[in-house]
Ligand binder design. Sequence first.
Ligand SMILES: NC(=O)c1ccc[n+]([C@@H]2O[C@H](COP(=O)([O-])OP(=O)(O)OC[C@H]3O[C@@H](n4cnc5c(N)ncnc54)[C@H](OP(=O)(O)O)[C@@H]3O)[C@@H](O)[C@H]2O)c1
Length: 313
Amino acid sequence: MPTKTANTAKTAELDVLLLGANGQVGRAWSEARCGVNMVAATDRAGLDLADLESLGETLFDLVQASRPNVIVNAAAYTAVDRAEDEEPLAYAVNALAPGIIASVAANLGLPLVHYSTDYVFDGHGDAPFVETDAPAPLSAYGRSKLAGERAVQAAGGKHLILRTSWVFSMHGQNFLKTMLHLAQTRDQLRVVNDQIGAPTPAELLVRVPVDMLRQLQGVSDPRWGLYHLCPAGYTSWHGYAVYLIERARAMGWPIRVAEKAIIGIESSEFPVKATRPLNSRLATDKLQQAFDIALPDWQAGVDQVLQSLESVR
Ligand SMILES: NC(=O)c1ccc[n+]([C@@H]2O[C@H](COP(=O)([O-])OP(=O)(O)OC[C@H]3O[C@@H](n4cnc5c(N)ncnc54)[C@H](OP(=O)(O)O)[C@@H]3O)[C@@H](O)[C@H]2O)c1
């Protein structure tokens, strides 16, 4: 449900209206300690993005009641395989709803932060994709997210669209938590080693846009737009699993699987409904140069989340 929180903002703070408060990125926004003043946060019960009829009006009322200076859309249909069977629903939530949200934001003169995905690309080659590369999604989820980017752009308001990859945090369902669990209960793990990308901590997907929003100088700033955002360095799902499991073992987690029993396999040996890109590398030079922001190695985020999980083990 929407929650109105006390506005204790200093003038430099961002007054954020957050959509998708219960997701990995949504929770990272709620937990942000870097000058974010959460004036309102909604989950699915407070603002259902699939309810296209009432979305615009409900969001407008929410903005009037909470007076944000930025809207953050962290809500999305993220069930990549299920989307193959539910493409209309994925399209409503990931494409049509962001268009409505962006129109409300544009009409009220509010900037919008919106997230997208490496899955807008087809993953050919082995060079990192840049923002101007032609998207060619392989899945229903990827198509819906690409349509969402275009709908946000078409609304004509100021926006940051952040394409990211392989998100993880200590909350929700993600590869890191699944692997950590399996490593404690299985003698052998088989993990895909021919998809390459960057594991991205949800916390980075808050810290960086906060920095960007702080730097942006009003509506005429030429730096609004679409950026790739993930940490530095790339790995495979297998390399990611080996790194995190060995770090956990070193920290004293009761890891059962031996390192040599974490076996790399090809995507074809692990059939799933939606086709994933083999090359999920996103080039982040545009963002780093425009905002003079240095991005940490992906391993740093894994270490940090392992430590947070360790503190509640
Ligand atoms: N996860 C990844 O690996 C990944 C990779 C690349 C890009 N991204 C993008 O990053 C953004 C954040 O992803 P995430 O990892 O934080 O996703 P997440 O953990 O799955 O969270 C998504 C949130 O959206 C909410 N939601 C789904 N359908 C909704 C609806 N009809 N109305 C309102 N809320 C709805 C979900 O609500 P419930 O809690 O009620 O289900 C959930 O809290 C998304 O734009 C995603 O496409 C994610």
